[in-house]
Design a protein around this ligand. Structure first.
Ligand SMILES: [Zn+2]
Length: 258
C-alpha cells in the first residue's frame, strides 16, 4: 500500500496509525504519551498465516525499535490481534513492554472454548488458526500478562473499557489527552453498512445480545460526545465518527491528508 502510516495528535499525545497488512484492513495504533509508547493490538504476527504481517518492518521504518514499546494492550485474543505479540522464536516481540489484557478475556480462554460457530463451514486451516492461536499465545504470555478489570487506567490517559460480546472479555481503549479523546474500538464492526441495523451481529460475535448492548452503549455515547473512533478492519487508517441514522448509525470516515 502507498502509505502504511498516518500520524496525528490526540491532545498532547503523538499517535501513529500503522497498517499491519499489505492489503489494508488491519489498523494498529501506537500512542506516544511522552512518557511511554503504547501499542494497541499487535496484528497477525509472522508465524500464524501464510502472509506474515509487516508490523515489525513498519515500526523500523518509523524509527521505532521493539525495545522502545513500553506497553502493549490487547483488546482481545483473536489471532489477528494477539498474533504479533510473540515472535516466531517464541520470544516476546516487545521485550521491555508490559502486556495488558482484560481479566475476563484471560478467564474466557482458560476454559478452552470453541471460538467459532460450529454451524458455519470454515476451512479446517482457518478453524485451526482461529481456535489455536489465542490459546498458544496466551500460554506464551502467561508469565508476563497483566490482567486488568474494565475501567483500569493502564498509563495516565489510556484506559481499558470492557466491551463484551465479540468475546466475553473484549475491550476497547480510550485515549484521552488535553480535552481530546479517541476510542480504539477494534472489532465492534467491520464495514460501515454494519452500523445501519442496531441489531446486526457478526458471525464472529460470540454473544449476540451482549454485542448489541455494547454497540448501543458505545455508539450512542460516541454520537453524543462526537468521539473520534478507530476501527480495526476498515480501510486504513479506520478513523471516523458515528452519527445517528434511523434506528442505527452512520459512519463518517475522517478526512486525512494524502
Ligand atoms: Zn479482528
Amino acid at each position: 500500500m502507498d502509505n502504511p502510516f498516518f500520524r496525528f495528535k490526540i491532545g498532547s499525545f503523538d499517535a501513529l496509525a500503522i497498517c499491519d497488512s499489505d492489503e489494508g484492513g488491519i489498523n494498529l495504533l501506537l500512542v506516544d504519551t511522552g512518557a511511554e509508547k503504547v501499542l494497541l493490538d499487535t496484528g497477525v504476527g509472522r508465524d500464524v498465516t501464510d502472509t506474515p504481517a509487516p508490523l515489525m518492518d513498519r515500526l523500523k521504518e518509523a524509527g521505532i525499535a521493539p525495545e522502545d514499546i513500553g506497553v502493549v494492550i490487547l483488546t482481545h485474543a483473536d489471532f489477528d490481534h494477539i498474533g504479533g505479540a510473540v515472535k516466531e522464536d517464541g520470544k516476546l516481540a516487545f521485550p521491555n513492554a508490559r502486556y495488558i489484557i482484560s481479566q475476563a478475556e484471560w478467564d474466557y480462554w482458560q476454559t478452552k472454548p470453541l471460538r467459532l460457530r460450529q454451524d458455519i463451514d470454515y476451512s479446517e486451516a482457518f478453524r485451526k488458526m482461529e481456535e489455536d492461536t489465542p490459546k498458544r499465545r496466551l500460554a506464551q504470555l502467561a508469565d508476563i500478562l497483566e490482567k486488568v478489570e474494565s475501567g483500569a487506567e493502564i498509563v495516565p490517559g489510556i484506559q481499558l473499557i470492557g466491551a463484551p460480546g465479540h468475546t466475553p472479555g473484549n475491550s476497547i481503549v480510550a485515549v484521552t489527552s488535553g480535552g481530546e479523546k479517541l476510542l480504539f474500538i477494534a472489532d465492534l464492526f467491520y464495514e460501515p453498512k454494519n452500523l445501519e441495523d442496531p441489531n446486526w451481529v457478526s458471525e464472529y460475535d460470540g454473544n449476540a445480545e451482549q454485542v448489541i448492548a455494547t454497540r448501543r452503549r458505545v455508539f450512542n455515547e460516541a454520537v453524543r460526545e462526537h468521539t473520534l473512533l478507530m476501527a480495526y478492519h476498515l480501510p486504513f487508517p479506520g478513523l471516523g465518527y458515528v452519527s445517528e441514522n434511523g434506528a442505527g448509525w452512520a459512519w463518517q470516515a475522517k478526512e486525512i491528508a494524502g
